[in-house]
Design a protein. Structure first.
Ligand code: HEM
Ligand code: 2DC
Length: 469
């Protein structure tokens, strides 16, 4: 018979003491490393309590499968307390990120049709490809201006702008012009606000929302300011699209963006979708840009893989006559390279679900209501799941053998990442354009580690060189 819940190994009796220890160890920026260590210490399942939040943590794809098979029709993940607290504090509605139950499901289904469904691909590819082409144009200009014939540096800021330009183009059907020499200060402020929002979330992650507001700490005030800036800037974009639709009566046949479609096709009142559109705009900046930086670093360090990818892209281009949507159908290795990047460098340190009925994990009975976390970072580097985990080998995703619940970078099921399609297409098209035009090199042999800043990010600047082919 399965073992009882209270035999699950781990430290779950003294939540506040654990939180204090965790904090002392620098657990905040090393959450991913601490988790990996706990799996080594306790084995493939452990129970933990930090502050008031208790969870069961798992690492194996088989257990992840059992978890997601039991998630039901209205899956819920850990609701990041400071994000909830901000909306309650300002009396703002929740978007899909924080909604629960039936209201989450009905809004999510509508958003899926415009942002995630396979039907949405034809409308997403041209705007995303256009932004990728702009990046190439800018990189070429920078390379010729440099005097060295190539463009070198830390591309974080450039990629933030690329990512914001991309997500705004598909959301609003408008260009911001962020890949020109002059960047609107408003857009720059938005980018900074998103980074500040993530950064100030981490230290408040395990404190209950009510406590956060009462503490009125520096971190809480900065967090509120960051969200205020995010909402204000998103509102400007949303209002301007809305006015244009009303005044010019743009028709649904034109490229009106996801927001335009939601209003025109689904007759959604602006108030209902404003919060979710804001979440998508904010969610589209650091996620894809950091992943692309990691991908370029890995490709710079593995020149053979880079050559294979380039050969695949150039062959696909010849075959498809430059039709990007068709090219995407024959670039399997490119897609595998993105999966491989997210294996080593996931954006989300864990996936989480509250289970609604009992689930058996590692032969323990886990009761309903438990928060179960899949240690995504730890799984990606577990040699039992991925042989020679430290090696960047996109091919491993194309080889024979089970890949069941191994590629979970965007989560799983009805609650998976809403921006997944946008992110995947944006990153595939970006890398296609880069590989067609540049050799990616890295300047120095510096060891780059990972830091938890709510999302996982590089712990030091990544220096890259783009050399025109
Ligand atoms: C949720 C990863 C880009 C918007 C998530 C989740 C993950 C994730 C792991 C939780 C899924 C789950 O619980 O099963 C990523 C990665 C990205 C990325 C790896 C890029 C490399 C984006 C982009 C957007 C976005 C570009 C916006 C366009 C969202 C939203 C949710 C979400 C709104 C919450 C959905 C819901 O609760 O219904 N993402 N994301 N993400 N993501 Fe992303
Ligand atoms: C952070 O312990 C660590 O995609 C916590 O685009 C558990 C946790 C819960 C939810 C996760 C979060 C972690 C990391 C960031 C994620 C978030 C869900 C969505 C969000 C993964 C793992 C993200 C980055 C969204 C953010 C949209 C936002 C800017 C409006």
């Amino acid at each position: 018979a399965p073992r009882p819940f209270n035999q699950v190994p781990g430290e779950w009796r003294a939540g506040w003491l654990n939180l204090y220890r965790f904090w002392q160890e620098g657990g905040l920026s090393n959450l991913h490393l601490i988790m990996a260590r706990k799996f080594r210490q306790f084995g493939p399942i452990y129970r933990e309590k930090l502050g008031v939040y208790e969870s069961v943590n798992i690492i194996s794809p088989g257990d992840a499968a059992a978890l997601f098979q039991a998630e039901g029709a209205l899956p819920e993940r850990f609701r990041v307390p400071p994000w909830v607290a901000y909306r309650d504090f300002r009396n703002k509605p929740y978007g899909v990120l924080l909604k629960t139950g039936e209201p989450w499901r009905s809004e999510r289904l509508l958003l899926n049709r415009e942002a995630l469904a396979p039907d949405a691909i034809p409308a997403l590819v041209p705007p995303l490809s256009a932004v990728g082409e702009d990046f190439v144009r800018r990189a070429r200009a920078q390379a010729s201006q440099s005097g060295r014939g190539s463009w070198s540096g830390d591309f974080s800021q450039e990629l933030f702008r690329f990512a914001l330009e991309s997500v705004c183009h598909v959301l609003y059907g408008q260009r911001l012009g962020l890949l020109q020499d002059f960047v609107q200060p408003e857009a720059q402020r938005f980018i900074e606000a998103v980074a500040r929002m993530f950064h100030t979330t981490a230290p408040m992650l395990y404190l209950p929302p009510a406590l956060l507001r009462r503490l009125n700490t520096r971190t809480w005030r900065d967090h509120v300011q960051a969200w205020d800036a995010i909402f204000a800037q998103a509102d400007k974009c949303i209002q301007s699209v809305y006015q244009e639709l009303r005044l010019r009566r743009r028709s649904a046949q034109e490229h009106v963006g996801i927001l335009g479609n939601l209003i025109l096709r689904h007759k959604l009142p602006l108030e209902h979708i404003r919060a979710s559109v804001t979440e998508m705009m904010a969610g589209g900046v650091d996620t894809t840009s950091m992943t692309l930086q990691w991908a370029m670093l890995e490709l710079a360090r593995a020149p053979n893989v880079q050559e294979q990818l380039r050969a695949e892209v150039l062959a696909a281009k010849r075959e498809a006559g430059g039709d990007r949507e068709r090219m995407l159908k024959s670039t399997r290795l490119l897609k595998a390279a993105i999966k491989e990047t997210l294996r080593l460098h996931p954006v989300a340190v864990t996936l989480q679900r509250y289970i609604t009925h009992e689930v058996i994990l590692q032969d323990y009975r886990i009761p309903p209501g438990t928060l179960v976390q899949v240690g995504l970072y730890a799984m990606g580097r577990d040699p039992a799941v991925f042989p020679r985990p430290e090696q960047f080998l996109p091919q491993r995703w194309l080889a024979a053998g089970p890949k069941h619940f191994q590629g979970l970078g965007f989560g799983f099921g009805p609650r998976q990442c809403l921006g997944r399609r946008i992110a995947e297409l944006e990153m595939q098209l970006f890398l296609m354009h880069i590989l067609e035009n540049f050799k990616i090199e890295t300047m120095r042999a510096v060891e780059i580690g990972t830091k938890f800043d709510l999302i996982l990010i590089p712990d030091k600047p990544i220096q890259l060189t783009l050399r025109p082919l």
